[in-house]
Design a protein around this ligand. Sequence first.
Ligand code: OSB
Ligand code: MG
Length: 384
Amino acid sequence: MSTDASVPVRALAAAAPVRLESVEVRYIALTLVRPFETSFGRMDARVIPLVRMVADGVEGWGEIVADDLPLFSADTIAGAQHVLAEAFIPALLGRPLSSVQDVAAALRRFKGHAMAKAGLELAFMDLAARTRGVSISEAIGGTRARVPVGVSLGIEKDVPTLVEQVLRHVAQGYQRIKLKIKPGWDVDVVRTVREAYPTGLLSVDANTAYTLADADHLRALDAFDLLMIEQPLQHDDLVDHAALQKLLRTDICLDESIVHARAAAHALALGSCRLVNIKIGRVGGYTEALGIHDTCQAHGAPVWCGGMLECGIGRAHNLALASLPNFSLPGDISASKRYWTRDVTTPFEVAADGTVGVPTGPGIGVAIDMDFIDDITTARHEYR
Ligand code: OSB
Ligand code: MG
């Protein structure tokens, strides 16, 4: 493991400057094995926009984690389609791109739409690493061959069903259980789960469902020795989170609020959180994700890799990211079978010790099941 926190070894560059021949955005439809409910809604299936770039006979794949509706963040699939076609892809075609940072720089003047930007950075990162014959983990300076993982469990129809889900996943080796909470599904639910799962790592995620007026209620969670409470308050409110953190013993972890490295620096300076969840999609790609990783490391704040119910392509990128040294808490990087009956890549599996192997092949490092992707493709746009 790297001992020098200040100088990560990273090359986000291609072997030689790349001129993209084509960028394809393809929509695939996948149904979840089990509906997933959070404080902002219930999901049964995903339409997943995939990005495929080609240059000099080498391809690169990315995933866009936006949803139909702007419930997790302001990003939407329709919005992504619009900005990709009208602004982002035209800004990349026909200019030499040496590195992922060049992709970020070409898109920087456009506001928002982080998930669409991330789809492009991910595809370019895959392509760039493949031109050099290295895995993304190796390219970005990853130091772990396997990463510790947890599972995020949605709101269920009743508490016994949730407890059954908890115990099933603990038996599969998951190192940390995360429960989705909302007003009316919180303190009593967590108490019951804690009785059934007394000593393991347990956390909760509110997805912005509370206000500072709920502080006394949330303090009741301090009794359950939780690893963290994730994003209790509004996505754009670092100040109230700082006030809440002072009232809680439990560490606050921010997800929705951490939209770039500067937000991470502000949150840590204000005391809005003690931990940070990094999602490559939410922050617009590798450039900001690595910046957040380094900012948190410099502040002594651990990070972990969040998830957005990705298919194998996004999951492979998440594993590469989570192989960096400051990803010291288990990530929401569960086995393929926790989400899908069939994945679009070689399926990811969780070992009995609660770890997943980081792919070692070139780029995202896993085989893509092109026949299956073709079968579930609902639309395709190609740009040259
Ligand atoms: O807040 O972390 C979240 C899924 C969709 C949207 C937001 C979140 C989640 C999860 C699931 O918690 C993480 C995963 O297993 O991919
Ligand atoms: Mg979250």
